[in-house]
Design a protein around this ligand. Structure first.
Ligand code: ADE
Ligand code: ZN
Length: 324
């Protein structure tokens, strides 16, 4: 099964590029940029990745990205992940990026976009991999700040495949960002949002009704609301599920208790994703393998899930045909 899952062409729709920063690269960039880290070794970093919830992860995630300062750093970060993912049979990657987390540290948006742009072109040229870029807003920051970031990203609107909504979910409902997402809609930029990871099913409803999103990131808590499940099924809304992330952030206790099988039984459109592979114990292949081990799914189930990701990807008709 490992060989089959590795060979299966996989599209990843839910990845935070900053969450792909492996401890080894974190140390290399810290040295290159003269940034002090509160860890003595790579082993110490990995040992610190013992999370109790989303916020306890976010604290280390924001601390880790402090080593990213220049366009070259963002290029190296993305190429490091693209190369690893390519070796696992990933053929398309849609990455969230959190500009506010960099701007707040004095890193210009131009450096972020230039570095990621160079890595994207290189991945296409050297790895035959397509990529998409999702500009994400930090939902625990004010909506006005998100709007200012969207406006300041005007030189890059053409490069954006979507805007997204991430970071601390509880207490930060999608409705807080109605105006920002409406602005994106009028600019013709597609929309996605994290909802129903730690937050209630109502946030999924709000993301659909008030932000007009085409996909829900995570969405696993929809199962608490049977009307919502029926709606997600009828409207064929894609959920980008991240199994290992859900276990590591204690959304569920173990893979065996992960609700993926119930979501499948409900007839939903589902995809498997890694979220923050450097922090959650593995990339796409590890997530596929964890599902195999926990649920004993046949090859056919994985083919269906991989195919759903290709159908839901932000790619041209020509590229989708190549990926099929
Ligand atoms: N940012 C990075 N990873 C995240 C996650 N799993 N949920 C919300 N925001 C995030
Ligand atoms: Zn995420």
């Amino acid at each position: 099964m490992r060989d089959f899952l590795k060979r299966l062409p996989k599209a990843e729709l839910h990845l935070h590029i900053e969450g792909s920063l492996e401890p080894e690269l974190m140390f290399a960039l810290a040295e290159r940029n003269g940034v002090a880290l509160p860890y003595a070794s790579v082993e110490e970093v990995r040992a610190a990745y013992d999370f109790s919830d989303l916020q306890s992860f976010l604290d280390l995630y924001f601390q880790g990205m402090s080593v990213l300062r220049t366009a070259e750093d963002f290029h190296d970060l993305a190429m490091d992940y693209f190369t690893r993912a390519h070796a696992e049979g990933v053929v398309h990657i849609e990455m969230h990026v959190d500009p506010q987390a960099h701007i707040a540290r004095g890193v210009e948006l131009a450096a972020v976009m230039e570095g990621l742009g160079r890595a994207r072109r290189r991945a296409e040229r050297e790895l035959g991999m397509s990529t998409a870029l999702i500009l994400a807003f930090l939902r625990d920051r004010p909506a006005e700040e998100a709007m200012a970031v969207l406006e300041s990203a005007a030189p890059y609107w053409e490069l954006l495949d979507a805007v997204g909504l991430d970071s601390a979910e509880r207490g930060n409902p999608p409705s807080k960002f109605v105006e920002v997402f409406e602005r994106a809609r009028r600019l013709g930029i597609p929309r996605v949002a994290h909802a129903g990871e730690e937050g209630p099913p109502e946030y999924i409803r709000e993301a659909l009704d008030q932000l007009d999103v085409c996909r829900i990131d995570h969405g696993v808590r929809c199962l608490e609301d049977s009307d919502l499940v029926a709606r997600l099924r009828d409207e064929a809304v894609v959920l980008t599920v991240c199994p290992l992330s859900n276990v590591r952030l204690k959304v569920v206790e173990t893979m065996a208790e992960h609700p993926f099988p119930q979501l499948l039984d409900a007839g939903l459109m589902l995809t498997i994703n890694s979220d923050d592979p450097a922090y959650f114990g593995g990339g796409m292949l590890d997530n596929f393998l964890a599902c195999h081990e926990a649920f004993g799914w046949s090859e056919e189930v994985f083919v269906t899930l991989a195919s759903s990701a290709i159908e839901a990807a932000f790619v041209s008709d020509e590229r989708r045909e190549e990926l099929r």
